[in-house]
Design a protein around this ligand. Sequence first.
Ligand SMILES: Cc1cc2nc3c(=O)[nH]c(=O)nc-3n(C[C@H](O)[C@H](O)[C@H](O)COP(=O)(O)O)c2cc1C
Length: 580
Amino acid sequence: MGPEQPSSAPSAQPVPADPVDRVIAYHVRTKHHFDRYAKSLGFLDWANQPNPFRRFEGACLVPLPLLGADEEPRSPSYDAIYQADAVASQPLTIRTLSRFFELALGLSAWKRAGESEWALRNNPSSGNLHPTEGYVLLPPLDESGLPPGLYHYAPREHGLELRSECPAESITRLLAGFPPGAFLFGLTSVHWREAWKYGERAFRYCNHDVGHALGSARIAAATLGWKMLLLDGADQNQVARVLGTHRAEDYGEAEPEHPDCLAVIWPDASGARPAADLPLCLDQALVSDLIAGSWHGKANRLSREHGVHWDAIDDAAEASWKTTVEPLAVQRSQGSVLSTTHHDSRTAVDAGRIIRQRRSAVAFDAKTGMPSETFFHILQRLMPQAGAPQVDRPMPWDLLPWEPAIHLMLFVHRVEGLRPGLYVLARDYNRLPLLKSSMSPDLEWSPTPGCPADLPLYWLLQGDAQRLAAQVSCHQGIAGDSAFSLGMLAEFEGRLRDRGAWWYPRLFWEAGLVGQVLYLEAEAAGLRGTGIGCFFDDPVHEIVGIKDLALQSLYHFTIGGPVDDGRLLTLPPYYHLRRE
Ligand SMILES: Cc1cc2nc3c(=O)[nH]c(=O)nc-3n(C[C@H](O)[C@H](O)[C@H](O)COP(=O)(O)O)c2cc1C
C-alpha cells in the first residue's frame, strides 16, 4: 500500500442524523487531498501490529487435506471457468472443500527478508493486513469427518474450526430453498487490522478486501463447477447471527468481527438451471433454531494494545448496517444460457496456477506494453451483461444481485494501436448518459478505434498521462510505469439515496471484484497487476470535471510488466505445516 502520512485533519464535524448523510460524511472526511491525507496515526506502532491469523481457542480444528496442484480435484483451464457450463460440477466433499478454501482464501507463499517472514494469500489485501475472515455453514457430508455446523477457516493451518455444531435437520431445512448440495459461505472483517495502519480510511479498505475475497471465492467455486450467489436480501443482524459475530461472550477482550455478507454456493450439476427461483435471504425462525445449539471457542486477541480508536469507522459501520430484509428472489432463467461472447485460447494453462501465482507488482518497468486485443479482452471480462437474468450473467458477475454501479476511467500508457490518453468504459451501456452528464462537457467521447462492438469504450482526452496517473495515485510510480491504469468510478450519491446507506459497502465490494478479475487477467496475459487504494480523491475527479457526488472514484488499479524485488526469498505456502 502506498504512503499515507499524518494529517492535520479538519476539526470534528457534527455527525448528521440520516444514515445516507452519515456515510457520505464518512466518505468525504476520509478523502486524501494533495495537502492532507485522511486521518491516521501517521506512524506504525510495530509493537501492536495485529496478528493476521484469527483463531478460536478451544474450538476443534479439523485439518483440510493439503492437496498438491496435480491431485484431484484438478483445476480446469483458466478460460473454461469463464465459459458457461464448461466445467464439470464436483460434488461437495472434504477434498473439494479443501480445494475451494485453498484457492479462495488460502496461503499463496511466504516471503522472507532477513529475520522477517510473512504470508501472502490467494486473496490480496490492502497492506497485506487481511482483515477478512471466512466462514462456512455445512450440511451433513458423507464420510468427511465434519459434523454439520458453522466453521471458521484458519488459513495458516488450512483447517476449519468448529464454531457451532448444528442439528442436521435444522441445516437441511434452512438450505431447503436452494439447489441440492448447497452450503453457505460468509465473510466478516476485523476493522482493527486495517485501522492499525490506515486510520479512518480503513473502512473503505476493509470493504475493498471483502470484494476481493468474494471474487476469489466465486472464482475458486467456478474451478469446481460451482455456482455462487450473494444473499443480499438478508439484514445484517441475520448475517451476524449465522456467523456468530453477535456473541460478545466469545470475543471478550479480542477485536470484534464486523459481519459483512452471506452467500450460497451449490454444485451446478450438469449445467442444470436452478429448479426454482432462488431466495436471497434465510428464514428468520430457522436461523434462530440453528444458532440455539452450543458454540465453541474464544477469539484470540490480535494486538496487545489498541492505541487510538477510530470512531469514524464505527460510525460508518453503524450507518451502513443493513436493517432491512428484502425477500427478493433471483429468477431462474427461462431461456437458454447466454455464453460469454469472448472465446479465447490464450490460456489453456490451468486456473489454479493463475490463482496461485497472482501477486501485486511493487514496480513496473515503464517499457512493457500490450496489444490492443489483449487490452480489449481484459475489459470484456469486466462486462457483467447488465440487464441479463442474474443466473445467466457471466462468471463472476452472476454473484452480485444488482445492476453494475462501477465504471472505469482508464489512463492508457502503452497499448499498441491506441493513442495514449484518457478513456472511459461504461460497464452498462445504459449508464452512458449519467457518465456523460457528470463529467466536463469538453471531453471528446469518440468511439475507440478497433474496439469490439460490445465494449462501450470511449476516448476522452489524448496525451501522455503517465505523470498525472502517478501523481493522483499518492505519487506512486506503479500507476504511470504500467501499460495502463484506471480509476473505478462508482455511481455514488444516486445509488445511496435510492437504495440506502447499506449500499456504501456494496460499492466497494463491486470495485474489489473488478480488481480481483483484473489481477487474474493480468497474470493470464503474462503481465502483473496491483490494486491501488491510496489516491487523491478530488484531484482524480477534476481530471474529467466531476464536480459533485454523482460519481466518485473508489479504487484504482494498474497492469504492466513487473520489476521484481530480488531481495525477497519466496517459500512454499504450506512448508510450515510439513515442517511442524
Ligand atoms: C484494496 C487494495 C488496495 C491496495 N492498495 C495498494 C497501493 O495503494 N499501493 C500498492 O503498492 N499496493 C497496494 N495494494 C497491494 C497490496 O499491498 C497487496 O495485495 C498485499 O501486499 C498482498 O500482496 P499480494 O497481492 O502480492 O498477495 C492494494 C491491495 C488491495 C487489495
